[in-house]
Design a protein around this ligand. Structure first.
Ligand code: SF4
Length: 182
């Protein structure tokens, strides 16, 4: 991809925009089930031109792979990360502390972040939040993205689902290069 109008792409890693990415999207087997969510367009169209910083906040929190699936539950105004099959599994503190640590250290010099939609950690606006009785659900951010948005209000966050054609990838690349020139 070399025909962007506003920017000059470089393959030189230390000159490329630094962009965070959910580790499962580059094919790392870090999901709760031991699998990944390799995203072909991101890896073929964006990866050569960006200095991607690969992070799985749940692995960083020490949850291990594979691990029991979790979901976000709203209870008395607080959001908790509980086991999907066993609600006595509560990993809220581990995920919240790690999200806070990552967003104030490794993520400080990122201009953008590509996240996995619907994840209890990485979703941006698409993550289901259940009420305690499981009768209703609303959509929101995962715990890691919530911390990112609070700590780094200017970072551009996109879900992988919005990068599903070459034109969208081009627009995102252009945005990253312009942001990194500031
Ligand atoms: S926490 Fe994020 S990076 Fe890790 S597997 Fe889930 S969606 Fe992927």
């Amino acid at each position: 991809m070399s025909d962007l109008s506003a920017v000059h792409l470089t393959s030189q890693r230390d000159l490329q925009p630094k962009v965070g990415i959910s580790a499962c999207l580059v094919g790392e087997p870090v999901r709760y089930d031991g699998g990944d969510k390799y995203h072909q367009l991101i890896n073929e169209e964006l990866s050569p031109w960006l200095d991607l910083q690969v992070i799985c906040p749940e692995v960083e929190a020490g949850l291990g792979t594979p691990r029991p699936p979790i979901k976000l539950v709203k209870d008395q105004g607080k959001t908790r990360a509980l086991g999907e099959e066993n609600s006595r599994v509560d990993v809220t503190e581990a995920l919240t502390a790690t999200a806070q640590k990552l967003s104030t250290t490794q993520c400080q010099d990122l201009c953008a972040y590509i996240v996995k939609s619907r994840s209890p950690s990485c979703g941006s606006g698409s993550t289901p939040r259940h009420d305690i009785s499981d009768l209703s659900t609303e959509s929101g951010d995962g715990l890691f993205v919530e911390a990112l948005k609070t700590t780094l209000p200017n970072i551009v966050i996109v879900e992988e689902s919005s990068l599903n054609d070459v034109q969208k990838c081009k627009e995102f690349l252009e945005q990253c290069y312009l942001l990194s020139e500031r």
